[in-house]
Design a protein. Structure first.
Length: 167
């Protein structure tokens, strides 16, 4: 039987992205809500990661980075064990590579502008208002970005359950 948290994470992420925008925060909020693990510091820290970081689109997809933040908060190196390379880095990195592989299989990349190009046939420079308006008119927050964000939340929820990281 399928775990309902997977579909819940997918639907919440789509809804949050469509309603509020902010791909990284939408993934974080959806996963927190689906797994009842709310952490407002992680949510807040995800603010600037949207659209490749500061909406520049030349960095990693915000949905991907939001997913990384949640996974790392569940299995990452804490400050008291800063020197623990095995658990902190190598264990975490293997999990993050699983997420990366899902993005690569689906989109061929983890870079925001390249995902845009695959979906829209071009990328948009979102800090320019004219470009942002074109992005919105192309269905960015109506359909396309919510789907990317939903998939990122779904894949991360599957990973959390598979690896027994969550409650």
């Amino acid at each position: 039987m399928a775990d309902t948290r997977i579909e819940k994470a997918y639907q919440l992420a789509r809804d949050y992205e469509k309603t509020y925008t902010g791909c990284s925060q939408s993934v974080v909020a959806a996963l927190h809500d689906a797994f009842d693990i709310r952490n407002d510091d992680i949510f807040k820290a995800a603010t600037g990661l949207a659209a490749g970081g500061g909406a520049a689109t030349d960095g990693c997809c915000g949905a991907y980075t939001g997913a990384i933040m949640v996974v790392s908060s569940l299995w990452g190196r804490d400050r008291d064990n800063f020197g623990d390379i095995e658990v902190g880095l190598r264990g975490n990195f293997a999990l993050i590579m699983k997420l990366r592989d899902r993005f690569i299989r689906e989109y061929g990349t983890i870079i925001c502008r390249d995902i845009q190009t695959k979906i829209f046939g071009r990328s948009f420079y979102l800090t320019d208002m004219e470009e942002f308006e074109k992005f919105e008119k192309a269905g960015a927050h109506e359909t396309h970005c919510p789907e990317v964000v939903g998939k990122a939340a779904r894949w991360t929820a599957e990973l959390i359950i598979e690896e027994k990281l969550g409650p």
